[in-house]
Design a binder for this molecule. Structure first.
Ligand SMILES: NC(=O)c1ccc[n+]([C@@H]2O[C@H](COP(=O)([O-])OP(=O)(O)OC[C@H]3O[C@@H](n4cnc5c(N)ncnc54)[C@H](O)[C@@H]3O)[C@@H](O)[C@H]2O)c1
Length: 283
């Protein structure tokens, strides 16, 4: 039986009191998609909170830059190459964390594509009838990276967390698009809705194993993924119209949410999705 202080659902000894020290002191976190945007912000923040961080990304150079920045600030980080839907790459990612740092306490699965040909920072023109023109190969690539990639990271990390006897936390980066359909992004919306249900169903299986599984559904965030939309007045107007707060979010605001879901501050939460989305779903 897992003890109260070493599992993902711990109430700890500070119940009702302000947390002391850094939230992830001595913990080990694996962040997919950590070369850029939201994943990078999570890696940086988690390291600043005391975690040793493994950054896994298809962009190994970018992941290495995130790791170097963290180390330059006195933190501990290491980058590995990951193609998210590749089982062997996922095994290497998990094995690297265990070999280098001895444990895995937290995972943030942030690697993702806006569309099949997405390379971070570049976005194809939006088609209003994307599904009518979509090839099966493109559909599969989006599902592979955005959904199967998250599933593999969850599965392998949870196995390690259970084996350690100490449990852990998993945070999956879904999207507001898991809840609201976007014209021109059927594949993306479906993949993110899948991540939301994966989170709930897996959380149910993990609830008595000490592994908490939650998701985040960001609204429009200032990362390379929204760069093309931010280039035009029309794109900005479209994003603002869907966002009552009238501004895009910053990657650090998503990292704050991920930190909450990865720390004891959320010790009684599992299977939930939080929407840091500027009031998008207030009704
Ligand atoms: N920016 C937004 O407005 C927004 C909104 C909701 C959800 N999201 C989600 O947040 C996550 C992070 O996106 P972002 O906005 O930071 O964009 P980003 O382009 O800055 O980051 C995406 C990262 O994923 C990596 N990646 C892409 N394909 C990969 C693969 N096959 N294997 C491993 N890594 C891969 C990229 O190299 C990049 O580092 C994504 O899952 C995205 O869908 C973003």
């Amino acid at each position: 039986m897992l003890g109260p202080d070493n599992r993902g659902d711990t109430m700890g000894q500070n119940e009702g009191r302000a947390p002391q020290g850094r939230a992830l002191e001595g913990k080990v976190a694996v962040i997919t998609g950590g070369a850029s945007g939201i994943g990078r912000a999570c890696a940086t923040r988690f390291a600043a909170e005391g975690a040793s961080v493994v950054i896994a990304d298809i962009d190994l150079e970018g992941g290495g830059e995130t790791a170097a920045d963290i180390e330059g600030d006195g933190g501990t980080a290491h980058a590995v190459r990951l193609d998210a839907p590749d089982p062997t790459d996922n095994e290497t990612m998990i094995r690297t964390a265990l070999d280098k740092y001895g444990r895995i306490d937290a995972v943030v699965a942030a690697a993702g594509l806006a569309h099949a040909g997405y390379v971070s920072g570049e976005q194809r023109a939006r088609s209003d009838n994307q599904l009518l023109d979509q090839s099966v190969d493109d559909w599969k690539r989006v599902m592979d990276v955005n959904l199967t990639g998250v599933m593999l990271a969850n599965q392998l990390a949870a196995r390690a967390m259970i084996e350690s006897g100490e449990g852990g936390t998993i945070v999956n980066i879904a999207s507001a698009a898991a809840k609201v359909p976007l014209r021109g992004g059927v594949d993306y919306c479906v993949s993110k809705a899948g991540v939301w249900m994966l989170t709930k169903a897996f959380a149910l299986e993990m609830a008595d194993q000490g592994v908490r599984v939650n998701a985040i559904g960001p609204g429009f965030i200032e990362t390379p993924m929204t760069a093309r939309g931010r280039e035009t007045n029309e794109g900005m107007a479209w994003m603002h119209a869907m966002t009552p707060m009238g501004r895009l979010g910053e990657p650090a605001e998503i990292a704050n949410t991920a930190l909450f879901l990865s720390s004891n501050e959320s010790s009684y939460m599992t299977g939930q999705i939080l929407f840091p989305a500027g009031g998008m779903f207030v009704g």
